[in-house]
Design a protein around this ligand. Structure first.
Ligand code: BTN
Length: 247
């Protein structure tokens, strides 16, 4: 039985997230499985393989069947205006889960990448679905080197490559859902600000030369509303709310 099968994961769930739990061997995209369903907050879709996995900015997210964690979580945030902050909230949940289970120290590349030693371990994709937000999470877990995508802007990594052994994806998913539910509750109660110290401690960009579109400078942290601060050569500090950071 797969380590992601419902019978393996359900007994590991601690909170409300993960019910309903939709597990399939193959689908176009787990994002699609939750789209337009009217399911309750915390519903999760998981697949062993996606034939049309979606990445940010219209990119593809390719996988090696049975090796990665490919999941989507349905959230119904009260404030649509601040929903883009969720990629940082989820990023922290993914990072702390990986660190706890694999004994590593991951960092976040604003706004949606989880890195280990500068290589990408996981990515997060937010998609609006009416009042809901479908949060797609892809974690490179048990891929061998030859199974990682080559056509990426950031060099990829997997937990197997980093630690030298396979990891149980069901245990990873169950802990992630627990951490995500907790952080989502904190975010609903107090916004991003209480997580500022953790975001700062995990910030992979601070102090680095960066470019976002036409804006070039030095990354200077993440502001309380989740924007990336960039210090220009002129000394001015600009706040960027979306885009791809090139380092
Ligand atoms: C990115 O880094 O560009 C975001 C990648 C998000 C990939 C996940 S895998 C599960 C979910 N389903 C998808 O089609 N995409 C997300």
């Amino acid at each position: 039985m797969s380590d992601l099968a419902a019978d393996r994961v359900r007994p590991l769930l601690r909170g409300g997230f993960g019910e309903p739990y939709l597990y399939v061997v193959e689908t176009t995209s787990t994002q699609q499985l939750l789209s337009d369903t009217g399911l309750a907050e915390g519903a999760v879709a998981v697949a062993e393989h996606q034939t049309a996995g979606r990445g940010r900015l219209g990119r593809r997210w390719n996988d090696a069947p049975g090796r990665a964690l490919l999941c989507s979580v349905l959230l119904r945030p009260p404030s649509a205006a601040k929903a883009e902050q969720l990629s940082l909230v989820i990023g922290l949940a993914v990072a702390e889960t990986i660190d706890e289970l694999a004994g590593v120290r991951t960092r976040l590349k604003w706004p949606n990448d989880v890195l280990l030693d500068g290589r990408k371990l996981a990515g997060i994709l937010l998609a609006r679905d009416g009042d809901a937000v479908i949060c797609g999470i892809g974690v490179n877990v048990n891929q061998r080197d030859s199974e990682l995508p080559r056509e990426t802007t950031l060099a990829p990594d997997s937990l197997r490559l980093a630690t030298g052994h396979d990891h149980d994806r069901g245990a990873l998913l169950a802990l992630l859902l627990d951490r995500l539910e907790r952080r989502y509750g904190l975010w609903q109660a107090g916004g991003l600000e209480p997580m500022a110290p953790e975001l700062d401690a995990r910030d992979a960009l601070r102090g680095r030369a960066v470019r976002v579109g036409e804006v070039k400078g030095t990354a200077d942290g993440i502001d309380p509303s989740g924007r990336l601060a960039i210090r220009l050569v002129s000394g001015e500090r600009l706040l960027v709310s979306s885009g791809e950071v090139v380092t």
